[in-house]
Design a protein around this ligand. Structure first.
Ligand code: SF4
Length: 215
């Protein structure tokens, strides 16, 4: 909690949970136990108060009627979208009995947890159920489902570097955004790019023909 607005209202610090390196700093206003506003934290030095379009309407998703809040069992054909709500005890018992049957028949390694970041990020994406599945003796999943190819391509193209520190963009005379729409997909980099262009003009190190080249 960072402050109190009224008797039952408080502002809570949060961070975006998505699989996006920015991990935006968020301020969530909670009134009587219900979140009523989500906004970026203007005091954060990198994300600077901006949440992207995926998260600025987070309340609509958190309180959506379509959220799955209870165990559901499929009762129709796959893809038919027919489910029935079941209790937590029923769900746990069914999963336990499937696990026990599989272990008795094939051994614990026949169970393979399949999880990775998906839309989850640094805060909650890499440890889903590890302790449980390790204790069970299940197969250990090497979580390379979607990142191995991109990491390899990145290393082969740029070498072993994490890229350019955004804070150093202001020292660049030219910036080429190649095959990338930063305003859509890297929104927090934009202020640093603007800062660079203005810094160049201010310092007289660029002439009026210099521009940010974007393609
Ligand atoms: S840019 Fe969007 S998805 Fe990425 S951390 Fe910020 S709010 Fe989350």
């Amino acid at each position: 909690m960072v402050g109190t607005i009224g008797k039952q209202t408080k502002v809570v610090h949060g961070a975006c949970p998505h699989d996006c390196p920015d991990t935006c700093s968020m301020l969530v206003t909670v009134q009587d136990g219900r979140a009523i506003k989500v906004e970026g934290n203007p005091d954060h030095p990198f994300t600077q108060g901006t949440l992207c379009g995926k998260v600025s309407d987070y309340l609509d998703r958190v309180y959506s009627q379509q959220r799955v809040l209870y165990p559901m069992r499929r009762v129709g054909a796959k893809g038919s979208g027919e489910f029935e709500r079941i209790s937590w005890d029923t769900a746990l018992n069914e999963i336990t009995s499937c696990f026990q049957q599989t272990i008795a028949e094939y051994g614990a390694e026949a169970i393979m947890p399949c999880s990775y970041l998906g839309h989850e990020g640094l805060l909650n994406g890499l440890t889903v159920g590890d302790a449980f599945f390790n204790r069970l003796g299940a197969t250990v999943t090497e979580r390379t489902m979607c990142i191995s190819c991109t990491s390899t391509a990145y290393l082969m193209t740029y070498g072993p570097t994490h890229g350019t520190d955004p804070d150093t963009f202001r020292h660049s005379k030219y910036i080429i955004l190649w095959g990338c729409n930063a305003l859509s997909t890297n929104v927090h980099l934009w202020p640093f790019i603007q800062d660079s262009r203005f810094a160049q003009f201010k310092n007289g190190r660029a002439n009026k023909d210099d521009e940010i080249k974007s393609q």
